[in-house]
Ligand binder design. Structure first.
Ligand SMILES: NC(=O)c1ccc[n+]([C@@H]2O[C@H](COP(=O)([O-])OP(=O)(O)OC[C@H]3O[C@@H](n4cnc5c(N)ncnc54)[C@H](O)[C@@H]3O)[C@@H](O)[C@H]2O)c1
Length: 422
């Protein structure tokens, strides 16, 4: 069940169908293309991940969801202009058959949008109940359900008293508490129905005590937020490299131009602030200025997003990095990533849905709430309260693969390697 059926969602859905029909390959998806090494390097055991853990098959996935505009998935995909019309034509009937359900929406939380395909309710509690009925109806047609937010970025919100416990949240729903955003209403409905929830946007949604409580209670796994796709993906590759060589960083200026609906929403300062917080966090955690004051204490880190319609979904992410080496001599690195936002995000969305479904079917993972092993996919990974999140992409990848080994009773890989020299 997909919340917000725009560029990422339609690229995901069209891509899964194109893959099922043998028209394209699911490139960028670890669950579909990735392998996992088992045992020693000399054992030659590297099955595909999808053969090693019991993931749902692409052939078995059914899609539905909610959107504030009534367009079917063909119209929405054509509007998003990510996939070319030749690609869409071949799967047009499939896409046309998927029509969104009316959404829970309030323009207060996404200023630049004004949709008409929206539920009416007496209170936020009433709206949550309507979503639960939608979920129950879909549940009656399929075996298992996962919900993923690919909706717009909401305004910046901070945790408040209403988010403390499930009881306070439920009281807040009845009283229409303004601290409860639509994404939280969807997450609540999902977790109440025992459905795992992933968040592709940086909104304050399941990173709340009440949601963690509900997730554990109902065996409905949750994970981090905000897909790590373009600029931040590269940042979390480059920053650990500098730190591993003890190279200093004095400045990191990141700017983006993009022209899709996401860019338009992020042009609003309140939605941008939510994204900015998510993008800024990574360097602080990776570089640990407290441990390495000589190298990272005074970094000037700036992130900008500029709405520039001519580019559509084909974003340009540009980084200027000022680093310094031996005896403090300065150097510069420029990164210019001419990427495609939704082409990068769609495979992440697919992997998250498949892995969350796996987590729910794995007794050891089902009731732990936060799935930290899925940090690999997020700009803002979620970790246990009080524990700092892990942002380094390669540590995240190791954590993910070791979790898969662990749940299948395989030995963990530490990369010590001394056994080869006995
Ligand atoms: N593409 C990427 O690389 C990437 C990376 C990280 C995060 N994200 C985030 O993923 C989200 C989706 O990105 P996109 O490019 O598909 O944006 P998009 O604007 O094309 O799609 C989002 C859709 O959500 C809908 N929507 C908004 N509020 C809703 C609600 N309450 N209920 C139902 N629908 C709602 C909008 O009408 C829109 O169609 C954004 O928040 C974006 O910031 C994208």
């Amino acid at each position: 069940m997909v919340v917000g059926m725009g560029a990422v969602a339609t690229t995901l859905i069209a891509g899964v169908e194109a893959t099922r029909k043998g028209l394209a390959k699911p490139i960028g998806s670890l669950t579909q293309m990735g392998t996992i090494r088992l045992g020693k390097r000399t054992d030659n055991r590297t099955p595909l991940i999808k053969d090693f853990v019991p993931l749902a098959s692409l052939d078995d996935i059914e899609f539905t969801g909610w959107e504030i505009f009534p367009d079917n998935m063909y119209e929405a995909a054509a509007h998003a202009q990510v996939l070319e019309s030749d690609h869409l034509k071949t799967i047009r009937p499939f896409l046309e058959a998927i029509k969104p359900m009316p959404a829970v929406f309030d323009q207060h939380y996404v200023k630049r949008l004004n949709g008409t395909h929206v539920k009416k309710g007496k209170s936020k509690c009433d709206l949550a109940q309507q979503l639960r009925v939608d979920i129950q109806n879909f549940k009656s047609k399929v075996d298992r359900v996962v919900m993923i937010w690919t909706g717009s970025t909401e305004i910046f919100l901070e945790p408040s008293a209403v988010h403390e416990t499930v009881a306070s949240f439920e009281k807040g729903l009845v009283e229409d508490d303004p601290n409860i955003a639509p994404s939280q209403i969807y997450a609540y409905a999902a977790l109440k129905e025992g459905i795992p929830f992933a968040n592709g946007a940086p909104n304050l949604t399941v990173d709340l005590p009440c949601m963690i409580e509900l997730s554990k209670q109902n065996g409905a796994p949750i994970c981090g937020k905000d897909f790590k796709t373009g600029q931040t993906f590269l940042k979390t590759v480059l920053a650990p490299a500098f730190k591993s060589r003890m190279l200093g960083v004095s400045g990191w200026y990141s700017t983006n131009i993009l022209g899709n609906r996401d860019g338009e929403v992020l042009d609003d300062p309140e939605s941008f602030k939510t994204k900015e917080e998510s993008k800024l966090g990574v360097l602080e955690y990776i570089l640990q200025p407290g441990l390495y004051p000589d190298l990272y204490k005074d970094i000037y880190h700036k992130v900008r997003i500029n709405y520039y319609p001519p580019r559509g979904d084909n974003k340009e992410g540009w980084d200027n990095i000022d680093i310094f080496g031996w005896l403090g001599y300065p150097m510069q690195i420029k990164v210019d990533f001419l990427c495609r936002d939704s082409i990068l995000a769609a495979p992440l969305a697919l992997d998250l849905v498949l892995f969350l479904d796996l987590a729910q079917r794995t007794p050891e993972l089902r009731n732990i709430g936060i799935q930290e092993w899925l940090s690999f996919y997020f700009k803002s990974p979620q970790s246990a309260p009080g524990l700092y999140p892990e942002h380094d992409l390669f540590i995240q990848q190791m954590k993910l693969k070791n979790t898969l080994r662990h749940i299948r009773g395989e030995e963990l890989i530490t990369h010590l390697g001394l056994e080869y020299y006995d």
